[in-house]
Design a protein around this ligand. Sequence first.
Ligand SMILES: NC(=O)c1ccc[n+]([C@@H]2O[C@H](COP(=O)([O-])OP(=O)(O)OC[C@H]3O[C@@H](n4cnc5c(N)ncnc54)[C@H](O)[C@@H]3O)[C@@H](O)[C@H]2O)c1
Length: 431
Amino acid sequence: MRISVIGTGYVGLVSGVGFASVGHDVLCVDIDEEKVEMINRGEPPIYEKGLEELLGVLVTSGKLKATTDTARAVVKTDITFICVGTPSGEDGGQDLSYIEKAAEDVAEALAKKDDYHVVCVKSTVKPGTTDGLVLRALESSGKKVGDDFGLAMNPEFLREGIALKDFMEPDRVVIGALDKRSMEILAEVYKEFPAPKVYTDLRTAEMIKYVSNALLATKISFANEVSRICEETGIDVYDVMGGVGLDHRINRDFLNAGCGFGGSCFPKDVKALVKYAHELGMSSHLLDAVLEVNEEQPVHVIDMLERNMGSLEDKKVTVLGLAFKGGTDDIRETRALPMVKELVKRGSEVVGYDPEAMKNFSFVVDYIDYAGDLEEALEGADACIIQNDWQEFKELTSDDFAVMKNKIVLDGRRLLDPSKLDGVTYLGVGL
Ligand SMILES: NC(=O)c1ccc[n+]([C@@H]2O[C@H](COP(=O)([O-])OP(=O)(O)OC[C@H]3O[C@@H](n4cnc5c(N)ncnc54)[C@H](O)[C@@H]3O)[C@@H](O)[C@H]2O)c1
């Protein structure tokens, strides 16, 4: 099939590459000219494992191209996926302005197109957005839904860091559609994907995405709250969750205590679901608590360090991991930010290090030092906090920590085995 993808961020580019790699012809669209030029040179504008190699092959073979011209992309393809951002608005609800603009751009092209075209929203949007704001914008083309164009909603569940693998091997593909023809075309797009397909209506598809993220965030905050209780009792929360997670009704995944959840999805999607509930006149006690625990957790980690080493004033503290998780350069809602702010507030000299995210983080935080490599980051430090889970942090040994002044390691992701660390004061979240 001929597919256009609007927005070449984490979701759009990975989707475009994924669709092209199973044989579809893909035209990616972005308003950012620099991104478009990079993609056409085979260089991904974002870091994602395996993306550069695959993109290079697909660009060279002509299966994937990029453009800034939405109208051309829509006219030349059978289906358009809208993958633009849906950030939090000031009131915690969704800022749908990018979605609206993208749908208006598509509408302009639809007006010039004679054959049937499917428009599919892939961005995370609150229930009622696709058959509300998006449909209204598309109908401004003068074309009729169901006859001239189809409307679908296909949420994306990929995780940054392993986005390509997640896209190619999802647990399920959710396809919501307004009309039967769109449903069939979406089924054709995903023919090569072995995952179970959930065929449903637009609003259910939108809600499945929100509820998935809200439940995963709830598991994380639950684990963090339990971990604080464990820390006071001498019980290791990881041992507890190991036992709890063996119950198949519960499942071990996402029960890791740590520094809290970040990233472009969980915080904003939980906030948007809370706002949606309030708009409907409903309360959101549980989700409010999920967010509250998450806000407290980075400060709790700093408190833990202070309790164990005394005042943090004038102490050199290294934060290992600035991206919201390992394997990505994405710093949106990273827990490193509130941790760094808290350390600075308490008078520490902070050194940051991340294999991929230092450039992005330094745009937001220009008041700490950045280290060129791990050794430089740890050299002379009074303490270090492991904030995310890059592989190179998992491989740290006593030898690496030997260059520190005071070998205090606060493992915020429980990556290391303290029994293998000699001469190191090891502190672990939930331990
Ligand atoms: N990042 C994730 O891990 C992830 C996972 C699942 C779902 N999602 C959802 O997918 C959506 C996209 O997220 P993302 O992280 O890829 O966003 P992003 O911010 O990385 O990318 C959005 C891209 O859209 C482009 N854009 C904006 N308006 C445009 C327009 N009118 N025409 C063309 N391009 C336009 C921007 O320039 C940018 O490159 C969001 O709704 C998000 O919640 C994200």
